[in-house]
Design a protein around this ligand. Structure first.
Ligand SMILES: [Zn+2]
Length: 286
């Protein structure tokens, strides 16, 4: 069955197939297509836009697009069909770990490490903040960060979210806690970068944030603890779901498949990750 691009889908297409940066054109082209599939802009069984059209949208060469589509064929996500009704079709949904930056080693242990660390420091920070007798300035600082996150447009939401979480720590008056919460937020957002932003998740987060701020402001430590636990556990569940039950093996399979076909960009990334053991990527929009 062939489903062509509907006119009302054009906005979604131009959003996910936005131009890529030339230095990492192959990886970014793959990432855009994977993301389009993961987000359901092009569903399983549907046809991707034609190569000429897609290359123009992404502003990459046809050769780069061929290479990216070839890599996706190898991992079984895309299949090509010949003839007048042919083209590149979505054969299966990607495991989200395949969207992960190759520089960022993600294992189930790493996920749980980040979630455990974050839960301890941020739940503790909110409880400590709720135990303090906050002055008017501290209360309005919390309210302002909350309002900023509630009104943040989707591309800026994650940054506003992090600033709000930092405000919980700032309300404790402990610079050590601020630094530690910042570290926990950074670790989480490196993982979140590989997951799509989901509007319904943001609506839930907004309600959870309001409950946290209310509990801190009225000085209820137990309510503050519970509200942060609920919020962090919700995010952790979502991230676990996106990465799948065995993130590292899914990622290894994807990368190995690219290596077999001589994707030097990915191989370089793999070597860098192996030699440093850390990520060197700094993306905007956290
Ligand atoms: Zn949050």
């Amino acid at each position: 069955m062939i489903v062509v691009m509907a006119a009302n889908n054009a906005e979604a297409f131009s959003s996910v197939f936005r131009p890529v940066h030339s230095a990492t054109a192959f990886e970014e082209t793959m990432e855009r297509i994977l993301r389009a599939i993961a987000l359901g802009v092009v569903k399983q069984g549907e046809r991707l836009p034609g190569e000429r059209e897609l290359a123009a949208m992404l502003r990459v060469s046809r050769a780069t697009l061929h290479e990216a589509l070839g890599a996706l064929r190898e991992v079984g996500i895309v299949e090509s069909r010949r003839g007048r009704t042919g083209g590149s079709f979505v054969a299966r949904m990607p495991v989200l770990a395949e969207l992960v930056d190759p520089d960022l080693p993600v294992t189930a242990e790493r996920l749980e490490d980040v979630f455990t660390f974050r839960r301890v420091v941020e739940v503790g920070a909110a409880e400590a903040a709720a135990r303090r007798d906050l002055d008017e300035e501290a209360v309005s600082a919390l309210r302002e960060r909350l309002a900023a996150s509630l009104s943040a447009p989707i591309p800026e939401y994650r940054a506003a979210d992090s600033r709000l979480h930092l405000a919980f720590a700032e309300a404790t008056g402990s610079q050590h806690l601020v630094a530690t919460v910042a570290e926990a937020e950074l670790a989480l957002h490196k993982l979140l970068d590989a997951t799509p932003v989901i509007a319904s998740k943001l609506r839930h987060s907004n309600l959870q944030h309001q409950a946290i701020v209310d509990a801190i402001v009225v000085g209820n430590p137990l309510a503050a603890r519970t509200a942060v636990e609920v919020h962090l556990d919700a995010t952790a569940a979502l991230v676990r779901g996106f990465y799948g039950p065995d993130p590292v093996s899914a990622r290894t399979a994807a990368v190995a498949s690219m290596h077999r076909s001589g994707r030097t960009g990915s191989r370089r990334s793999g070597e860098r990750a192996a030699s440093t053991g850390t990520t060197t990527t700094a993306k905007a929009g956290r």
